[in-house]
Ligand binder design. Sequence first.
Ligand SMILES: [Zn+2]
Length: 622
Amino acid sequence: MIHKLGVLLMAGLPTLPAFSQGFEAVPASVAPQYRFDLRHDYYKDEAAYAKDQAEARALVDSLQPHRGKVGASGQALFELVSKLERLDTLTSKLYIYRYLLYAADTTLEAKFSAADQAVSEINSKAAFVATELRKLSKADLDRLIQQEPRLAPYRFSLEQNTRYKPYTLSSDQEELLSRLSPQLYSWEGQLFQKLIDRTTFTDLETPAGTQNVYRDRQLLSKQPDRDLRKKALLTLSTEYQASADLFAFSVIKLAGSLNAEATTRGFKDAFASSLFDAHLSTEQAETFFKTIADFASLSRRYVQLKKDRIRKTSGIPDPAPWDNDVVPTGFERPRFTIGQATDALKASLGFHGPRYAADLAELLDPANGRLDIVSGKNRMPGAFSWGFYGAPRVFYSYGYRGYLDDVLTLSHEGGHAVHYDLIDQNKVLPVYASGPQYFTESFAMLNEFATADYLYQHAATKEQKTYFLEQLLDVMMRRFFDIVMRSEFEYRAYQEIQAGRLTEADQLHELWKQEGLRYVGEDYEKHDFMKRGWAYTPHYFTSPRYYINYLFANLMAISYYERRLVDPDFDRRYVELMSNGFPDTPVNLLKKHLALDPFDPATVKGAMKALEGKLNELEALY
Ligand SMILES: [Zn+2]
């Protein structure tokens, strides 16, 4: 699967000037090896591809006699489930193969689009199974499993549909909703994009060439010239926020529609519905936000510590939001060749044990054709790992440049790849080979922490040690509290909109300002433009209510990090948990394998203690 978080939060910058003379992130002598070779695990030729496509079409046709009779007998349902399992593997393989080729060479778009369309068509013909399962009650399911005991292992998987029965409307209502759905929920994201597209963002002249205040904002924030940084950020704010009233308008309308649909279905509100999708509850979200608010001072302390540091190392008397990315004068960001990155990953992720280490080594060995990381013409931006059940996963990146961001992305995405490989090797039922994204993300995030921590522990100079610890805190702490703010903001906004108390743009800005004052501090008092900063989150428009998933992922990852330090048996049980796939809800699996409840206030407190410990180390280093 494509890891949204990986792409959005980890992709980093498209280019940064290479300061180190002669540094080659992927040396020219080995570069040709770092390309996908999909002949072995995917298709050796077009004929092989066509053969699988024909099989998938025949298979979905053979399902059609079951239409209207999905719950008719246990035996028939078992047959259906087995065929769907095979169909899913085939369509994933067909789709992912074309996608991987397209990512590495975007001129192959036509072939990818054709595959996309063919696979959608096949899947739509199988969609009736899920719809009909939603009409079965728990008692129906019990009866079917009694008739056909071979269905028993599939119970949890089938329940992913049947558990929606209490929230499913009459056929007429469902049909009406599905017809209206594009009109209700897609214009907000489209309006958001149109508002950005119609805005003329200013180009600024810089020593590194012309840079755009919107497109190149991450580069501009790293400019050594302070006046330039300030001008860039303030210009961006003025131009972007000229649409703030309409950004707010569409979020308020979107929340209104989603709340209305959710309550019609019998949920308390829209968040109750999406949390139910994720096997979570509003009670868990509430408990979490309440507990975490007690640690807001930890986040503000971190912000203050960074400002003091900037004052001392850069001579800026009054650090402002445009100074956040300043590094000490003369400091050069460390870089890693792909060989050095490979060694760092093997060393920092070795704690997972021999099976994990062996698969990681295979992934990173370019001879296996599972990496495609050398920049070039016609490549898709971003980084991801992907694959289908039954073949080793692969990793793609737009271009490995050797910065710490690149190394951490490899550690994160490599974590996904090995995780899914372990599930395959463990012969988990294919229906349990994938799970909720926030759960899989939590494992990948721990990898980032582990790699950054390793580099910090093994740094050659004090300067580098400081840099790596700052980066560790960045991925572990700054990102965490940023996610807390963005998740809680959306969660509270939906509640207020539902209650009829939030109807105007200014009220939305005020809500964001309150989050900012709590978790960042005085900047939100000093700089009025920051209260409209919530609108830089595209998720609010295109994937509403999704952001909170990152929060749970992050919380779990910090909990793993903390447990590892105190429990010598943790690593073994952790890998066992990963290898077993997803035959139950994340909360149940965490309890069973790790005796961990990430929503227990005591767990949250433990996780915050881990952050505080790292912050103390940074303070000592400073
Ligand atoms: Zn990920």
